[in-house]
Design a protein around this ligand. Structure first.
Ligand SMILES: [Zn+2]
Length: 187
């Protein structure tokens, strides 16, 4: 097993240009490749940056997994900043972008994140948006109860994401757009 490595790389804050420290840290997931966590906090403007990437990948990849039972909620999901998340059955599509964060979580955690966003729409949206939000929240409850099967799709042009399960189908795909990404070369 590889030891954890850490490195601090100075770089400009994308918001206010102050020189800040980016912390690069690798973590080892058993039976899977290492993950790299890059994080930074700007002391002058409060900008926060977190990205998570799987190492040893690098080709554009689409991961698909069927979430049919409550057990499937614990399937681990590694999402880099450049990955899009899609759940067709829920009409959910989360596009990557400079403001989105990478994370290591599981299927339930992904649903929790969607819930958070949808609850915002429930507060601030118009009538139609509120109705859609309420319906989506009800669907998420059923998914968590294991009574509403969904398909979780992760598309990553950097290839640095993954869904860690025997059931996961991995395929190559051609990205429609290029997203900015941090290139890390392995030692
Ligand atoms: Zn800043």
């Amino acid at each position: 097993m590889q030891a954890e490595t850490k490195a601090v790389v100075p770089g400009p804050c994308p918001c206010c240009n102050t020189e800040i420290k980016y912390l690069y840290k690798t973590e080892n997931i058993p039976y899977f490749s290492d993950i790299l966590i890059i994080s930074a906090i700007c002391p002058s403007c409060g900008y926060k940056f977190v990205d998570t990437q799987l190492l040893k990948h690098g080709e554009p990849a689409r991961y698909t997994v069927a979430v049919d039972t409550q057990d499937d909620l614990s399937i681990r999901v590694v999402r880099s900043m450049s990955a899009a998340i899609e759940i067709p059955e829920l009409g959910v599509h989360i596009s990557p972008g400079p403001s989105c964060q990478g994370f290591v979580s599981n299927v339930e955690g992904v649903l929790d994140r969607i819930e958070q966003v949808v609850k915002g729409a429930l507060q601030w949206g118009n009538d139609v948006e509120k109705e859609n939000a309420a319906a989506l929240l009800a669907d998420i409850v059923r998914v968590k109860a294991g009574t509403f099967p969904i398909t979780l799709i992760l598309e990553d042009p950097s290839g640095n994401s993954g869904i860690i399960s025997d059931k996961t189908v991995k395929e190559a795909y051609v990205p429609e757009e290029e997203y900015p990404q941090v290139k890390i070369s392995e030692e």
